[in-house]
Design a protein around this ligand. Structure first.
Ligand code: SF4
Length: 203
């Protein structure tokens, strides 16, 4: 398994300012953006939400939007028809609880299209709660570096990562691993020749 100190100092040296790359202005915009990001890039989501939130300025407008119009705003995304339904569904449910995204994990996973990963992202980003979203980059890198096993479930991986990473840097480290995965430790053709972690890597 990767040496903790080496791993964290590598991440801090290379990705000191890692942060979520989804753009948003309001809490519900972030939640919807994360839901929309399933199986697509943050860049595409930012384009889609720019159009969506320019057309619908608040939750009431989104809740009352025509499905076809929401589909039209986000049609550059994969699964846009299902995602458009989820956008309207989320807006309706959030209005029922006062129009804010509550700091309530149990409630969040009841929202349409919102699973454990989205819930973790939202609580970490909006409420700075110590959660990590085990996305494709986090899964790949934690396996390559021996923090998790190849056959671990996502739930098991999350538990292992929470144990491995100190709580006070869990949110930051989550972002740093994603940046590392997007920029260097890519799924195909990672830049191993420049990687100081290669001595610990199983790839
Ligand atoms: S050696 Fe290559 S595959 Fe391994 S962690 Fe570094 S970049 Fe990723």
């Amino acid at each position: 398994m990767i040496n903790k100190e080496l791993f964290f100092s590598f991440l801090d040296e290379n990705y000191p300012d890692a942060h979520c790359e989804l753009t948003y202005k309001k809490d519900y915009e972030f939640l919807i953006a994360v839901m929309l990001s399933a199986q697509t890039t943050d860049k595409s989501v930012n384009k889609a939400t720019d159009i969506l939130f320019s057309r619908y300025k608040n939750l009431e407008q989104l809740a009352n939007a025509k499905l076809e119009d929401v589909e039209d705003c986000i049609k550059l995304l994969g699964m846009y028809k299902v995602k458009a339904k989820n956008v309207i569904g989320i807006a309706k449910e959030l209005i029922k609880v006062g129009g804010v995204v509550p700091n309530d994990p149990d409630f969040l996973v009841t929202l349409p299209g919102v699973g454990n990963k989205t819930k973790n992202c939202v609580l970490a980003e909006i409420y700075k709660e110590p959660f990590i979203a085990v996305d494709t980059h986090v899964q790949r890198i934690s396996k390559r570096l021996g923090i998790c096993k190849n056959n671990d479930s996502v739930e098991t991986m999350e538990k292992k990562l929470v144990k491995f990473i100190p709580e006070d840097r869990l949110i930051k480290t989550g972002h740093q691993i994603i940046w590392f995965g997007r920029r260097m430790c890519k799924a195909q053709s990672p830049s191993c020749e420049n990687c100081k972690l290669c001595g610990f890597c199983k790839k």
